[in-house]
Design a protein around this ligand. Sequence first.
Ligand SMILES: *[C@@H]1O[C@H](CO)[C@@H](O)[C@H](O)[C@H]1NC(C)=O
Length: 106
Amino acid sequence: MMLYGAIFGCLSPILSVAAFLSYKSPFISPKDEKQNVEKAKAALLNENLDGSTSIIDNKQSDHLLMVIAYNKWSRILQEHGARSAHQFCRSFYLNSTVMYMIRLDS
Ligand SMILES: *[C@@H]1O[C@H](CO)[C@@H](O)[C@H](O)[C@H]1NC(C)=O
């Protein structure tokens, strides 16, 4: 958790992740689309970390992804509205409902 704080330089994403972890993963994993889900996750991660992802193992990167996904989602929601935010969730296999729940919590 402290590591994420150092990476992102602020506390609120940490609280969001804590909320995710205590509540429910925002990721939707349809069985028949496992590969696409992995691709979407990798795309999210690489876009933000410029390929330096090899130092992050899978379990950690899921937590990191929650922060990245949440930050993106909330920015899109603010700047482009609910429709765009929902579209973002669809393309990255995120559960829109869970995103809104986390938002209310934090
Ligand atoms: C999204 O999360 C909500 C609340 O936990 C749950 O009821 C719903 O089934 C989830 N949707 C999907 C597609 O996983």
